[in-house]
Ligand binder design. Structure first.
Ligand code: LLP
Length: 418
């Protein structure tokens, strides 16, 4: 379950003492992020994908804390959003609209208005209906919208079915047939839309470089059937996110230079820019969820540790069967291991953080770190069981900075006192 390597990597990026201090000062459960590791992840992408030809964006849904967004904005990233809420976060983080692309299969009219009013870089249009709605609202506002068509390439990303998004049956994007219909009379039907790109995102946690040439082949096939005026006007293709990490080692688990080569060759062949918009690979390993053991039980030869974090803080194990490593912070658990369930206080048997993992005998009060929780951790948290969501802390230059206070009961209940 855990070994010296895990502890030393935790120490390197977070500092074991800092983590203990954070738990003392801000109490658990608590999300803690490492600014150094976020920057290191950006650097890995930058060195694989030269910025001269690739725009690097961050998928805000993975980790949307204002301070994290500011940090990544400072590194020069663009941002991928899926709601007016994420747009507002970026506005408050001081990110200018020309760095924001807006995807999402169900944009409401008010969200389209907000994006147009802000002047965002690009709408990733996902349906025929959305193209019509965007065109009409742009006309009302006497403005023009920059558009990339998100299309569904019918490629299987060979990942967990819930996070696979580019198969024919998935709800995302427009099909090649729909694109043909949309573009056959584009200038007349969508006079307020400037089509300048294509967008494709086939899923998350993709490990195989071989998925990318498949996607590129479908993109090229599509470009070849576009009316030539539109094909000539294409400036960029956004290939989405999806770069896997290995939850057993915390490392990026896809050959980034391999993907960069495939996309770079495509960009050169077609004379377009390429964009990518990772979420997980930039943020996951830069965050841990700290939790303390509250009670211990024994159930059928297993040690059951009831901790103060739950599916409300990190739903990935319950939802996807995701396996996050959990390690003791600052010693206190060593010796022979026994099968252990690490579970939360929420009233569901699906409320577990780990099941059947080998762990030494734990003590009440033991501090644990759930690793690789920086992406789709806090952003998927909930208030189920009327549990206030935890605080978030950023470790920067060795210091601890509170970047979101713990929710109060009034934050939760106040809106009902009408
Ligand atoms: N672009 C688009 C259009 C997306 O829908 C997503 C993620 C990304 C980029 C970023 O993908 P990434 O690089 O993080 O794989 N909650 C799930 C993951 C859902 C991903 C949704 N879309 C999880 O916890 O595994």
């Amino acid at each position: 379950m855990f070994d010296a390597m895990e502890s030393s990597s935790l120490d390197r990026w977070f500092g074991t003492e800092r983590l203990s201090e954070a738990a003392e000062r801000f109490t658990t459960p608590l999300y803690v992020y490492s600014a150094a590791r976020l920057r290191d992840n950006v650097e890995r992408f930058r060195s694989a994908f030269p910025s001269a030809e690739t725009d690097l964006a961050f998928s805000v849904k993975a980790c949307s804390n204002l301070s994290i967004l500011r940090l990544l904005a400072g590194e020069g990233l663009l941002f991928d959003i899926v709601s007016a809420g994420e747009l507002e976060r970026l506005r408050r983080a001081g990110v200018t609209a020309d760095r924001i692309v807006f995807a999402g299969a169900g944009k409401r009219a008010d969200e389209i208005r907000a994006g147009l009013a802000a002047g965002i870089r690009e709408f990733n249009v996902e349906s025929v209906g959305e193209a019509g709605r965007l065109n009409a609202i742009a006309g009302e506002l006497k403005t023009r919208a920059a558009v990339a068509l998100r299309f569904n390439p019918d490629v299987d990303a060979r990942t967990h079915t819930y996070i696979s998004t580019g198969r024919g049956e998935d709800k995302f994007g427009v099909t090649t047939a729909e694109i043909k219909g949309l573009t056959s009379n584009w200038e007349a039907e969508f006079a307020n839309l400037d089509l300048h790109g294509l967008h494709v995102h086939v899923g998350s946690q993709i490990r195989e470089v071989a998925v990318w040439p498949e996607v590129v082949a479908v993109v090229e096939g599509l470009i070849d059937v576009l009316p030539s005026a539109l094909a000539d006007g294409l400036k960029s293709v956004n290939f989405g996110g999806g770069f896997a990490i290995d939850y057993e080692t915390s490392e990026i688990a896809i050959d980034l230079p391999g993907v960069a080569e495939v996309l770079g060759e495509f960009a050169a062949r077609r004379d377009v820019r390429v964009m990518i918009e990772p979420g997980r690979a930039l943020a996951a390993n830069a965050g841990v969820l700290l939790t303390r053991v509250q009670y211990l039980k024994e159930r059928g030869g297993r040690q059951v540790a009831i901790v103060d974090a739950a599916m409300t803080e990190l739903i990935r194990p319950a939802l996807y069967g995701a396996k996050h490593r959990i390690v003791p912070v600052g010693g206190g658990a060593s010796g022979e291991t026994i099968p252990t369930d690490i579970v939360g206080p929420v009233c569901e048997s699906g409320d577990f953080l780990a099941r059947g993992v080998p762990f030494p005998k734990l003590n009440g009060g033991q501090l644990l770190a759930v690793l690789d929780a920086g992406a789709y951790g806090f952003t998927m948290s909930s208030n189920y069981n009327t549990r206030p969501r935890p605080a978030e802390v950023l470790i920067e230059e060795g210091g601890l900075r509170l970047i979101r206070r713990r929710e109060s009961l009034d934050d939760l209940i106040g809106p009902e006192e009408l």
